[in-house]
Design a protein around this ligand. Sequence first.
Ligand SMILES: [Zn+2]
Ligand SMILES: [Zn+2]
Length: 450
Amino acid sequence: MVNCTTVEQSYISLLKYCKTLKSVKQVHAHLFKSGIDSDTYVTGNLILHCAIIISDGLHHAHSLLLHFSNPDAFMFNTIIRAFSGSDNPHESLTTFINMRRNSNNLQPDSFSFAFVLKSVANLRDFNTGIQLHTQAIIHGLDTHLFVGTTLVRLSHNGCFNEAFDLFIELQRVGLKPNEASLTGILSVCAQAGAFEFGKILHGYIMKSGFTSIHTVNNALLDTYSKCGNIKMARLVFERMPSKKTIVSWTTMMAGLAMQGYGEEALELFHQMEESGIKPDGITFVSVLYACSHAVAGKWKNVTTVRKSMNSQRLTKSPGWSMVEVDKIMYRFVAGDEQSEANASLEKIMLRLRVEGGYAPEVFGSVLHDIEDEEKENAVVTHSEKLALAFAMSRLCEEKVIRIVKNLRVCKDCHMVMKLVSKIFKLEIVLRDRSRFHTFSDGGCSCRDYW
Ligand SMILES: [Zn+2]
Ligand SMILES: [Zn+2]
């Protein structure tokens, strides 16, 4: 590796131009002819390029590793990493085991553990996860970060109990929680609504002096407000020993707003401004949400004709979305015939089809993951699309559009928002019933979990 000659270097540069498996194999044939194919550094790069850059190259990369006489940790890690994100995450685990059995006495490092834990989380293989964590501890690696990430991954997959068990098991084997694992487990509590477990953690946090850490405090605050205990949330907020960050203020406001304490949330907003902290997009949307519960009469409602809905179609809580344009709140419901919004939406959708390859979600998945009482009428246009289109037709300078929606956003609207953010180069902040979505450059902050 250290004595890398120019010949080897030029092969590596050449690799960068290889876009297909065929061309990689050609380079490999040259390496073979010149006898460089036994060079660890060059082959390591070959495997990396093949496994990560070439879309169908993972299988070939794997066989290169298997046939290389003297593989090093870099090669193994590359394959463990590539399989962890593939359709065969169990191959990542097999490679990890092979690495340990390798005659070269290779030791897994923090990368090997990070990648293999990712695949174990994808496989939802909880027992193996615990074994790996224990091994990582034995190897003296700083596992805190892995713990934090794994906890969050488990909770994203809905494995709340597994996440709690993992956390408890780690205390048992002697791993003391730190900032990363504490915020990780608190976010699990927040998502699961695990109030009692959150209280136990709160006690631990106070005893161990973690109350001086912003992120831990904010996570605790979020846990209490998502668990619906606004009193405890307030207590944490008021007793924060250090200066409150914008995250603290916004979390508290969102918590109040979601519980229907609109006035209190607004009050807090003014206090925050007085304290010299400037609100960002997310704060602003929290305030909008608060307003939706408090000052119902103040909006200029552009709803003109609402599509006739028979009593069967009418849901318990009809979907609506609000958007602010020039300091006026506009409110839309599904199927609104507001002509400006509809005309603008038609143009937008055309561009999405042509430039973004958009195809609407079929009927069934429009209702993806949405409970019965929340279902909006699937055959009419959802309110958030109308709100978006209306704002886009009115705003010329503004590059951020903020929408509040009372129900959860559906898969199709979510896709449309992502595409719009990319094609029209806009940022969209959407607060739906369960979370904030910040769409920019074709992606969403929720990473498609909601
Ligand atoms: Zn929708
Ligand atoms: Zn999202």
